[in-house]
Design a binder for this molecule. Structure first.
Ligand code: K2U
Ligand code: ZN
Length: 173
């Protein structure tokens, strides 16, 4: 298992529509493991493959944040939302590819998601609360959508300018 570098916005690879995973093999299982290790190290509660520069439809999540609670790592291959509630929920979102920037994003409060798991089995489950926000945030990454794309143009530009500055400073370090 290895911790891999997370791409920082703006990066063209974060805006691409990712390719479906055609076979859940050992390489894909290793990638899922590396993504979970990278996510826990960040720390974060979700991570999508394009954030590591891999344009495949794979996300990982573990939204259990309570200290001492049993972690609940999940790897979802080819995830898709098949139903969403009318009810909406607002959450102050962040993103590991847009560090230290937070904004309120409104999304359906509950979603039903279909995916393929690490054993290649077809799965379907309903997500609510923080899990619902996270799974929608991660599936957005697979379609090249970032949470800042839901903000007004001025706020999005301000955040993008801050990230350009941050990347320049990191490059100099
Ligand atoms: O995709 C990512 O960058 C991972 C995000 C996922 C996420 C963002 C907003 C809301 C839910 C999930 C990271 O986990 S950002 C860090 C974080 C941690 C706890 C709560 C919110 C954000
Ligand atoms: Zn993100």
């Amino acid at each position: 298992m290895s911790i891999r570098p997370i791409l920082i916005h703006p990066d063209p690879r974060l805006k691409k529509v990712c390719t479906p995973v055609d076979e859940v093999n050992d390489d894909m299982r290793k990638l899922a493991g590396d993504m979970l290790e990278t996510m826990y190290d960040a720390p974060g509660i979700g991570l999508a493959a394009p954030q590591l520069g891999i344009l495949q439809r794979l996300i990982v999540m573990d939204c259990i944040k309570e200290e001492g609670a049993e972690p609940q790592p999940m790897a979802l291959f080819n995830p898709e939302v098949v139903w969403e509630s009318e009810a909406l929920n607002v959450y102050e979102e962040g993103c590991l590819s847009i560090p230290e920037q937070y904004a309120d994003v409104e999304r359906p409060a509950e979603v039903m998601v279909k995916w393929v798991d690490v054993d290649g089995a077809a799965c379907e489950a309903k997500f609510d609360a923080l899990w619902a926000t996270c799974v929608q945030h991660e599936i957005d990454h697979l379609d090249g959508t970032l949470f800042i794309d839901y903000l007004g143009p001025l706020k999005r530009q301000m955040i993008t300018r801050k990230m350009v500055k941050l990347k320049r400073e990191r490059a100099r370090a």
